[in-house]
Design a protein around this ligand. Structure first.
Ligand code: NAP
Length: 244
């Protein structure tokens, strides 16, 4: 990686994605920030000082919008170094209560959207030697670590993205691209941290992960010269942790 890597972060308008944008900006990286809401995205870009930011819009349910997003990226960048697949839908209903259309939209966003973003990123990442794909999965997506019972369609799409991240490790090796699944338990994710977030983190420090840990994990993965880190599982520190 260069001293000034370029990061493409999907879903940078809130939560973990927004935190990662602040983190990489503070380290001098250039940013391509994705969102689907122009106003929210511009507000995030404005909050970042002294950093080059390219803003791109796409609803990930729509393949043609994803294609247009990459055409916009191509106008300013021949390559980027790290893709962070962070955007994800929030389908929290149990299947019996979920709306049919919302189920389809969720699967479309989370699985097809993520796969299409990865596909169109290949030529950009292949120019960076090595290029990195970081999938922000969740502990719910790790087949051998299902400590929680979560909303079934959400859990299923996390399993799917985890599987995608494993399967493409060999497919993309020939392009010099390394893929890593980062799988956190609950994250205290709203950003920038207000007083309520700080209080929340203090009260729940053994039950929720600070997003800085995810940023540090990405820095660790992308700084390894001699190892491909394939997955990282992050759990809260409470020993008998079983969820909130
Ligand atoms: N928070 C946690 O406790 C936790 C734990 C483990 C894993 N994770 C994972 O970490 C990632 C980020 O989580 P978060 O809590 O930070 O979520 P968040 O605050 O809800 O942010 C999700 C982002 O995805 C975007 N998005 C959603 N649907 C989209 C669509 N159809 N097209 C384009 N963009 C879309 C959202 O855009 P809008 O702003 O327009 O809605 C937002 O920017 C997710 O993959 C999540 O599953 C989170």
């Amino acid at each position: 990686m260069t001293d000034r890597p370029v990061y493409l972060i999907t879903g940078a308008t809130s939560g973990i994605g927004r935190y990662l944008a602040c983190h990489f900006a503070s380290k001098g990286g250039a940013l391509i920030l994705h969102g689907r809401d122009e106003g929210k995205l511009a507000e995030v870009a404005r909050s970042l000082k002294r950093v080059e930011v390219t803003q791109v819009l796409a609803d990930l349910t729509d393949a043609s919008q994803i294609e247009r997003m990459f055409e916009e990226i191509r106008k300013r960048h021949k390559q980027f170094d790290v893709l962070v697949n962070n955007a994800f839908g929030k389908l929290e209903d149990k299947l019996a209560e979920a709306d049919l259309g919302e189920v389809s939209k969720h699967v479309q966003t989370c699985l097809a959207g993520t796969a299409n973003v990865i596909k169109l990123s290949i030529p950009f990442l292949a120019n960076s030697k090595p290029g990195f794909i970081i999938n922000i999965v969740a502990d719910w997506g790790v087949p051998t670590h299902n400590v929680l019972t979560g909303p079934s369609v959400y859990v299923a799409t996390k399993y799917a993205v985890y599987g995608l991240g494993v399967a493409i490790q060999s497919e993309l090796g020939e392009f010099g691209i390394r893929t890593t699944n980062i799988c956190p338990g609950p994250v205290a994710a709203s950003t920038p941290f207000g007083e309520s977030d700080k209080a929340f983190i203090k009260e729940n420090e053994d039950r929720a992960i600070h997003p800085e840990t995810i940023a540090n994990a990405i820095d660790f993965v992308t700084s390894q010269q001699f190892a491909h880190i394939k997955s990282i599982l992050l759990s809260p520190t409470k020993p008998d942790y079983t969820g909130f």
